[in-house]
Design a protein around this ligand. Sequence first.
Ligand code: ZN
Length: 429
Amino acid sequence: MYLNKYYNLAKNILFPICRSITGNGIKKTFKIIKSQLPKFKIYQIKSGTKVFDWRVPPEWNIKDAYILDKNNIKIIDFKKNNLHLVSYSVPVSKILKKSELLDRLHDYKKIPEAIPYITSYYKKYWGFCCSYNKKKQIIDSYSKDDKFKVVINSFFKKRGNLHYGEFLIPGKSKQEILISTYICHPSMANDDLSGLIVAMALIKFFLKKKNNKTLRFLFIPETIGSIVFIHKNLKHLKENVIGGYVLSCIGDDRMHSCMFSKYGNTLSDQSLREAYKKLNIQTKIFSFLKRGSDERQYCSPGIDLPIASIFRSKYGEYPEYHTSFDNFNIINLKGLNGGYRVAKLAIKILLKKIIPQSRFLCEPFMTKRKMYPSISLSANYKQMKFELFDFLIYADGRNDLLKISNLIRLNYKKTLRIYKLLKKIKLIK
Ligand code: ZN
């Protein structure tokens, strides 16, 4: 099974790579995905490009980073764990006093052995991360006058690029389901690699099927990646995306949870609810106010894409979140498979839905279509005219046939008949 295969790939090969929102880690990750899925496409956008209110940051790469004590012993070493360095740290080589060093050392008291994950993408900063116990040990073993050497060999490329990846499975219709996951975290499993594992397995599953809608899988650096992608494709997305999901933290086996789109009333929300029900899974529903990933962009004003989120233990809600303890001890095949089944079924339900979309802005001009005489409408024609217009007003790509039938108070059979007629005369797609 592909889930198993990609689980091993993530655990043994992808996990140690130092990823960030740009740079060699992400490029290497994409190359590995492409080796598994040859039709995987990699896009690049120049650093400095303006995207809505943001600018694509310079490309960041890191060669080495460490802290030496007075005896030249490495007390913190990025090469031992890439979480030791604050991501996007600026280059540094200097001697520090103990108190200065401690100011730059971040820890996480809640799990005393865990190294926290900290980033500073948009504010120039440098720093290190270590476990609470390690910091305590440094405090205890050195005197106030001891000196430390810190070295960060990082590089910023102003003429660099930001990369994102995409896998498209064309379907019978242009209507599109968008599946989005992020690949910008260094060595962490639930928050990052679990989404990639599940997304890759879903690609393999749907590649073998004849799908009546198009499926687009996105692998992006969080936030800036979705902003870049939306900026580039907004018109297409608004015209074609009928639903989709952010896959994040979808690999542990402690719970099922989800977050619906901003108003909780889209076809994605509805399909996800149906999927949990069919699988008989109890799920915790988080309020959209608890958002924290790319749904923030997909559901923002003017973008308004119908995107919900599927989790096992949601980001920010489990103790190991954003620490070195978010590793392959907390995710497992059972957990991944649980998330995979929910996502797969929700997508299948979305695929099955008939979602009519009017082909015109404003009402179409019916008279020229000679659907009915323009003067002296008989009662039957009148009724039919109302039904057609009623159908059309709700054919905005946000409702499936069943919902339209409820909205216009017409039984499903009759609604289906109108659908077929409107399709025949090319008023809907
Ligand atoms: Zn995260």
